[in-house]
Design a protein around this ligand. Structure first.
Ligand code: NAD
Length: 484
């Protein structure tokens, strides 16, 4: 299950180079150097994957559910048995702390597969009776060959979140992980081979988004695309796939409000707010990057947040005391730092952080940044409106529920929101009025895999999770039988 220097595509059950024979560089962001190479796949590789998937489809979609369940479960078991190696590879590829990859990313990857493997055993459809006339029943059939495209921030976690329900419902899949973090998807291909997944059922094609991903989206025989990534990429995908009438699920960016009322449990809120601000270096689509605090506790909150943020340890992803590892790439670090410069131009004050961490030795060229807290910005500025996706939060005081709802709903995004209060009526009022796909009250990132997951406005179209994902990857067909 080990990582290799030369990553291969997984097509028709075999590990193969790109048809072009070309590779491009894969960086270890903690040392700032190339450590492996990624196949530079193009439409020829996508075509090969498609042909393999089409050959595999008739048998896979008709396979006895318990057999499909057993194969998927074996893949989950292999990931779990190789937890350390997967977590190490995820940390090296993405810069995130090994401890996080080991306790969050990889466990969630095998849980995703197991969750949907068991779901397939319980998946059923409806029937609608018309008394004395007819009975309708609904068949839920796999779509065919589907595409799953995932981002770099939670690499194997989000890749498996898509491919597992697609496979469980009997589709054959062409998956494309992010070119920034392809290693654990490559290791997954080895796990699939070991688990005896039939050839062509899952194909993993590596490469650049604009080339490999775009070729998948454009291919007329890939009937559905499940995509997680940036809002701009989502727009591109919809403009290509929309006129082709493809089924689309788009999980896009966020700029999530974290709303703190003075009556909250301050200690618990502080502990969780530190996590919701800076976990994975703020590179989680659900991080609460806009923090709104009721004026009565604004100063107490600000001083405490700054103090705790300054205590966070940034550095060696393999050290047990590290809170924040490296950002995913040099370009991303420059983008985040660009927003910090912009924040000051827009009138904000950086209360702490925002400067690169100069490491010694092996990590001297890594992309490490001190987490930043900014205050004093107005709601219409770009720092508040645009997704930064880094270890940066803004803090703003508010006076009334109405005012903070206006702030919270005042961006194009609508992925998640967090509310801290002991007043249950207020919590319910806020939950009802917040424009978001997910609202957390007095918690953050508490996830039940059965619940719908997704965003409103520019944060996405459609829902993943539980039954929603099983429904997305199937076409309902109504059969009406008349009797008299
Ligand atoms: P991205 O949009 O740059 O890339 C995502 C994936 O799309 C990658 O695999 C990439 O290669 C591919 N891609 C790029 N251009 C493409 C094209 N034209 N056609 C098809 N595929 C293409 O996003 P990213 O930088 O990898 O990830 C960060 C973004 O993802 C952030 O905006 C974040 O909020 C978002 N995200 C959203 C969720 C969610 O559930 N809503 C979860 C995680 C991340």
């Amino acid at each position: 299950m080990s990582p290799d220097k030369y990553i291969k595509n997984y097509i028709n059950g075999a590990l193969v180079p790109a048809v072009s024979g070309e590779y491009f560089d894969n960086y270890n962001p903690a040392i700032g150097q190339v450590y492996s190479h990624i196949p530079d796949s193009d439409e020829q590789d996508v075509q090969q994957a498609l042909e393999a998937a089409e050959r595999a489809l008739p048998e896979w979609k008709r396979m006895e559910p318990t057999k499909r369940f057993r194969i998927l479960t074996r893949i989950a078991d292999i990931i779990e048995q190789n937890l350390e190696e997967f977590a190490k590879a995820e940390s090296i590829d993405s810069g995130k702390p090994f401890a996080m990859a080991r306790s969050v990313d990889i466990p969630r990857a095998h849980q995703n597969i197991r969750f949907f493997a068991t779901s397939l055993l319980h998946f059923s459809s409806e029937s609608h009776s018309m008394p004395n006339q007819a009975i309708n029943y609904t068949l839920r059939q796999p779509i065919g060959v589907v595409g799953c495209i995932s981002p770099w921030n939670l690499p194997l976690y989000l890749f498996t979140w898509k491919i597992a329900p697609a496979l469980a419902t009997g589709n054959c899949v062409i998956g494309k992980p992010s070119e920034m973090t392809p290693m654990t998807a490559y290791m997954l291909s080895k796990a699939c081979i070991e688990a005896g997944l039939p050839e062509g059922v899952l194909n993993i094609v590596h490469g650049h988004g604009a080339k490999t991903g775009q070729a998948m989206v454009e291919h007329p025989c890939i009937k559905a695309i499940s995509f997680t990534g940036g809002t701009e990429t989502g727009k591109k995908i919809i403009s290509t796939a929309g006129p082709m009438f493809k089924k689309l699920s788009l999980e896009l960016g966020g700029k999530n409000p974290n709303i703190i009322f003075a009556d909250c449990d301050f200690d618990e809120m502080m502990m969780t707010t530190l996590r919701s601000s800076f976990s994975n270096n703020g590179q989680i689509c659900l991080c609460g990057s806009r923090i709104y605090i009721e004026r009565a506790i604004y100063e107490k909150f600000r001083d405490e947040l700054v103090k705790r943020t300054q205590f966070l340890k940034v550095g060696d992803p393999f050290s047990a005391v590290t809170d924040l590892g490296a950002l995913v790439s040099k370009a991303h670090m420059e983008k985040v730092m660009g927003y910090l410069t912009l924040a000051e131009v827009e009138g904000g004050t950086i209360l702490c952080g925002g400067t690169p961490v100069k490491m010694k030795g092996e990590y001297a060229d890594g992309y490490f940044l001190r987490p930043a807290v900014i205050e004093g910005l107005t709601q219409d500025c770009r720092t508040i409106q645009e997704e930064i996706f880094g270890p940066v939060v803004t803090i703003t005081p508010f006076d009334t529920e109405e005012e903070v709802l206006g702030f919270a709903n005042g961006t194009d995004y609508g992925l998640s929101a967090t509310v801290w209060t002991k007043d249950i009526s207020r919590a319910n009022r806020m939950a009802e009025n917040l424009e978001a796909g997910i609202v957390w009250v007095n918690c953050w990132m508490v996830r039940d895999l059965r619940t719908p997951f997704g965003g409103v406005k520019s944060s996405g179209v459609g829902r993943e999770g539980g039954l929603e994902a099983m429904k997305f990857f199937t076409e309902p067909k109504n059969v009406c039988i008349k009797y008299s």
